[in-house]
Design a protein around this ligand. Structure first.
Ligand code: PLP
Length: 367
């Protein structure tokens, strides 16, 4: 019997075929020629100046409100280190990015998990918690094509969150690596751009629009806070990777990033459609909200389903995905996250057919 091809619906990473390798080569070549001195030096913890200029222009802020880091994971870590201590209450979405939960737990934060709805965090539930005495220092929000749920925060909820942040004195961490990957519908303004009270610290990344291996992300926030975070960064690594940031700067200023985003969006839209279509045909018990962009789709199965067993049975069939429980403090036993970013449509179809086969076998054994 021929060996089964392994299919990963687990990793939120682009496949090699949608990475702009030739444009990256050209960007490296011109970065090395245009500014060899700046590219090959240590630099400062703020990041590569030509990249900060691009980020500042994009977000219509002064460069002293920005810093570029080794991936946005590093930006998250610095920010949490700065703002969160043991016992501090931090609002998180439920479900949310598993690494956020891990980092906050490691710092001893008390997590206040607020459920997600198809239009983002349930702000009414947050208001109830606040009116009952919860006093968070920070709310971590993934506003667009959320990881893992795929949903997007509505404009009204963005506005309300800003009001609550001012009223109750907490900061909003707007963690936004997927913002450029909208396939349909209207783009919404960032909370950063709507903020009148210096409540928002914004992070984004080039991992999802250029490539993750380059490890470049960034922070935008109030100048005083950014100055403090830059200091932490200096003490941590002197400076981030200048070679990578110089290449990304060239990639952005030359316009190659726009082409790359178009390539990624076109491919991911097709993969999203293949996922939704395969789920409808092979796994009619699956409930999901079709995301308008991004990398992920969240699937709820009937409550009696045991996704831990489904994951093991799918793995035996050469397909991996991430269990819902990884993204929650409690619950999620009958849910899973599908990342459609890393595989072509025919493999998505095959992968979901195998998961459905595992699901039917487990349901048959339970009957
Ligand atoms: C919500 C969120 N924040 C941060 C990151 C980290 O991204 P980076 O590769 O920029 O470190 C990810 C990656 O999947 C993510 O989904």
């Amino acid at each position: 019997m021929a060996a089964l091809t392994n299919i990963s619906l687990a990793r939120g990473a682009p496949s090699l075929d949608i990475i702009a390798v030739d444009d990256l080569k050209a960007a490296a070549q011109s970065a090395f020629e245009r500014d060899a001195a700046g590219t090959f030096a240590y630099g400062t913890s703020a990041g590569y100046p030509h990249l900060l200029e691009w980020i500042a222009a994009k977000h219509r802020v002064e460069p002293d409100r920005t810093m570029a880091t080794n991936g946005s994971m590093q930006a998250d870590a610095f920010l949490f280190q700065e703002l969160v201590g043991p016992g501090d209450v931090v609002v998180v979405e439920a479900p949310t990015y598993d690494r956020t939960l891990l980092s906050l737990r490691e710092l001893g934060a008390e997590l206040l998990a607020i459920p997600l709805e198809p239009d983002g965090i349930d702000v009414a539930a947050l208001e109830v918690a606040l009116s009952e005495g919860a006093r968070p220092t920070l709310a971590h929000i993934i506003p667009n094509f959320q990881n893992p749920a795929g949903c997007t925060l509505s404009l009204a909820k963005r506005q309300r969150l800003l009001e609550l942040a001012s009223e109750y004195g907490f900061a909003i961490f707007e963690d936004d690596p997927y913002v450029e990957l909208r396939f349909e519908g209207e783009s919404l303004p960032t909370m950063l751009s709507m903020d009148q009270a210096d409540k928002v610290i914004y992070a984004s990344s080039f991992s999802k629009t250029v490539c993750p291996g380059i490890r470049v992300g960034y922070l935008v926030g109030p100048a005083a806070l950014i100055a403090r975070v830059r200091k932490t960064a200096t003490n941590t690594y002197i400076s981030p990777n200048m070679v990578a940031q110089s290449i990304v700067a060239e990639f952005c200023h030359s316009g190659a990033i726009e082409r790359s985003i178009e390539t990624v969006k076109a491919a991911l839209r097709e993969r999203r459609d293949a996922t939704a279509d395969a789920l409808e045909r092979h796994l009619p018990d699956a409930r999901f909200v079709t995301p308008e962009g991004g990398y992920f789709l969240w699937v709820d199965l009937p409550e009696s389903s045991d996704v831990a067993r489904l994951e093991a049975a799918s793995r035996e069939r050469g397909v991996i995905f991430v269990k819902g429980t990884d993204f929650l403090i409690e619950g999620g036993e009958s849910s899973l996250r599908i990342a459609y970013s890393a595989v072509p449509p025919d493999q998505i179809e095959e992968g979901i057919a195998r998961v459905a086969d595992a699901y039917r076998e487990l349901a048959g054994a339970a009957a």
